[in-house]
Design a protein around this ligand. Structure first.
Ligand SMILES: Cc1cc2nc3c(=O)[nH]c(=O)nc-3n(C[C@H](O)[C@H](O)[C@H](O)COP(=O)(O)OP(=O)(O)OC[C@H]3O[C@@H](n4cnc5c(N)ncnc54)[C@H](O)[C@@H]3O)c2cc1C
Length: 598
């Protein structure tokens, strides 16, 4: 065994996005000796890319907004499959978390009265997203990062965790390597918080960055944990489609929240043709009414462009399929003809620059071409709603890696608030758990560490004949083609068969060079996680024989009330993913009553 760098902590947080930083700050404040480990540089996590805002019922523009309305919107957006308790805690605590962020130095855009400004997003009844132009994630990360550094929390940057130490069903720490040098590291800690974000890199067209290889999902499963509802993958309706090099990059929902409309190649504002029964009562059915909403939100129904993301993405997909798409296979998103150039540049500065620099399109003068892009995974590690504890003692998960909160479809803005609410909760309970153990701490075994090291070094073996980049491309093609926005049972069966073959191929992946910054090696290791996550998504999608939120089955095109009562669970068995179902927890009567109110 080579030298392994060793560290000991009470709580180790894997991930330095909004969830990881919130968790670490709280664990530290609870008195736990805490470390943050992240794949990229501090400040570079995915959260920094978030654009539109943080959903919280502050009621600054609409005094009638409150946690009950936010809870109801979130549950309806998730098609009632959300864990009710998570949705409740989230709606109740989000306003305090936003104000806390402000106390720590976040500078939000203001209303005329000097309050935190709130913007409209799909599925939210009231303008509810606290924002900083269209760069909210940057401000959030800046604030949390500054706070973590100020508190003196140890940060291990550019380190990838490849395994959790989890003997006898209890967490003992985490094992990984420094990306720059290839040096192995071991963190001994009785409590580990996964805050590793999402899984988008398994898909070809995605808004997600290189970090989203589903590491936390895979780490949890390998440690004996479970994943919940992995079939629900959110395809954001508006990603860039042209030029090819930028395909998938996000076009924020704020464009539609601020007045942008979707048109097909015939110039038709087609979303009026896709208003489902579920949202009919609250959606405008004429252009006049939709436009009146921007002037008077209280007395008018919302424009159909602001339906939840799953509805809009399916509509765009259908228009393109029907031959009414834009030249490069999307549809048109037009704000230029509806708002002044000054307004657009002020409210959407990043979008203005993104299109100008990457596509040579001036969005103040012409329409954008947009289409669905894999954006977010609703499925994730199964956790206790209050504490974020997984089914493995000492293992917690918060943020995008955790499941349950968003049901079958997440509303925009509800992720950033989720990170703050549940990151903090995970920090509290992980610190409490570590303290409760006293001296009775599980230790890393030398044998286990030696095994992890061998596994990590396997791609350097000369026997392999598979290239990691080729396998990654094949995986992305497969997930995009067979487990994408619209699915069928036949295609999903094909996908699981091909994934089995890829699991054989990944064992034969070989890389050249040494351990010093070697991207091929990094990818070779990440591929194991992407395959495990992809298998979970494909098998869960095959299991759920209905269409709901971010899971559309062509062979089961409607929502089925029986499936609406079931969660799909993934766990590891015999080197693969085993699927089971479990009933949804029963919602208390007083919360049920909220759905009867108008
Ligand atoms: C372009 C874009 C815009 C968005 N806009 C919004 C918005 O306006 N509002 C909203 O609510 N949501 C938005 N979202 C979604 C939201 O940004 C994400 O869901 C959220 O930031 C995820 O945060 P997180 O803390 O869970 O993970 P991240 O911020 O992604 O952080 C993950 C961390 O885990 C680390 N990590 C991963 N694997 C490992 C490993 N093996 N070892 C060590 N470290 C690891 C990474 O380095 C990183 O530090 C947007 C997403 C995108 C892509």
């Amino acid at each position: 065994m080579t030298d392994i760098e060793r560290h000991a902590y009470d709580v180790v947080v894997i991930g330095a996005g909004g969830a990881g930083l919130s968790a670490a700050i709280e664990a530290h404040q609870q008195g736990a000796k805490t470390a943050i480990v992240c794949k990229s540089l501090l400040g570079k996590a995915h959260t920094v890319m978030a654009e539109g805002g943080i959903a919280a019922s502050l009621g600054n523009l609409w005094p009638e907004d409150n946690w009950q309305v936010h809870f109801r919107d979130t549950m309806r957006g998730g098609k009632m499959l959300n864990h009710w308790r998570m949705a409740q805690l989230h709606a109740q605590e989000a306003p305090d978390r936003v104000l806390e962020l402000e106390e720590w130095g976040a500078l939000f855009d203001r209303t005329g009265d000097g309050l935190i400004s709130q913007r409209d997003f799909g599925g939210h009844r009231y303008a509810r997203l606290a924002h900083v132009g269209d760069r909210t994630g940057l401000e959030m990360i800046r604030t949390l990062q500054q706070r973590a550094v100020q508190l003196g929390i140890d940060v291990f940057m550019e380190c990838t965790i490849t395994q959790l130490l989890a003997g006898n069903g209890r967490i003992a720490g985490a094992f990984g390597y420094r990306r720059e040098s290839g040096q192995f590291l071991c963190f001994e800690a009785p409590a580990v918080i996964l805050a590793t974000g999402g899984v988008g890199k398994s898909y070809k067209v995605t808004s997600n960055s290189w970090e989203y290889t589903g590491d936390g999902h895979a780490l949890a499963v390998r440690a004996g944990g479970t994943l919940i509802n992995m079939e629900f993958v959110q395809f954001h309706p508006t990603g860039m489609v042209w030029p090819p090099s930028v395909r998938g990059i996000l076009v924020t929902e704020s464009v539609r929240g601020d007045g942008g409309v979707l048109r097909n190649s015939e110039g038709e504002r087609f979303m009026f043709n896709y208003i489902t029964e579920y949202f009919k009562a609250e959606t405008a059915d004429s252009e006049e009414e939709a436009d009146r909403w921007y002037e008077d939100k209280r007395n008018n129904r919302r424009p159909p462009e602001l339906l939840p993301r799953d509805e809009v993405a399916r509509a765009i997909n259908a228009e393109v399929k029907a031959g009414r798409g834009s030249p490069h296979g999307g549809v048109f998103l037009d704000i230029a003809s509806r708002r002044s150039a000054d307004y657009i540049r002020k409210r959407l500065p990043s979008m203005y620059h993104q299109f100008k620099e990457l596509a040579d399109v001036d969005i103040t003068a012409e329409a954008m071409e947009v289409g669905p892009t894999c954006h977010y995974v609703m499925g994730g590690v199964e956790v206790d709603p209050d504490s974020q504890a997984s089914t493995v003692s000492g293992l917690y998960a918060a943020g995008e890696v955790a499941g349950g909160m968003h049901g079958s479809n997440r509303l925009g803005g509800n992720s950033l608030s989720d990170l703050l609410v549940f990151g903090r909760r995970a920090g509290t309970y992980a610190a409490e758990y570590a303290a409760s153990l006293g001296g009775d701490r599980p230790r890393a075994s030398e044998e286990e560490l030696a095994g992890f090291e061998r596994t990590a070094l396997a791609p350097f073996s000369e026997e392999g004949d598979e290239n990691p980049y080729a396998l990654h491309k094949d995986l992305q093609d497969l997930m995009q083609g067979l487990v994408g926005i619209i699915r069928t049972g036949e295609e999903l069966k094909q996908a699981t068969k091909q994934l089995d073959e890829m699991k054989e191929r990944v064992r034969r992946v070989t890389v050249e060079g040494g351990r010093q910054y070697n991207p091929g090696w990094h990818l070779a290791l990440d591929l194991h996680n992407m395959l495990l996550v992809s298998e979970s998504i494909a098998k869960a999608a095959l299991e759920r024989q209905e269409s709901r939120g971010g899971h559309t089955r062509d062979d089961y095109p409607t929502a089925d009330p029986e499936w609406g009562q079931l969660n799909v669970i993934c766990r590891e068995a015999d080197g693969g993913i085993e699927i089971s179902t479990q009933p949804l927890p029963e919602m208390p009567e007083e919360l049920k009553a909220l759905f009867e109110e108008k």
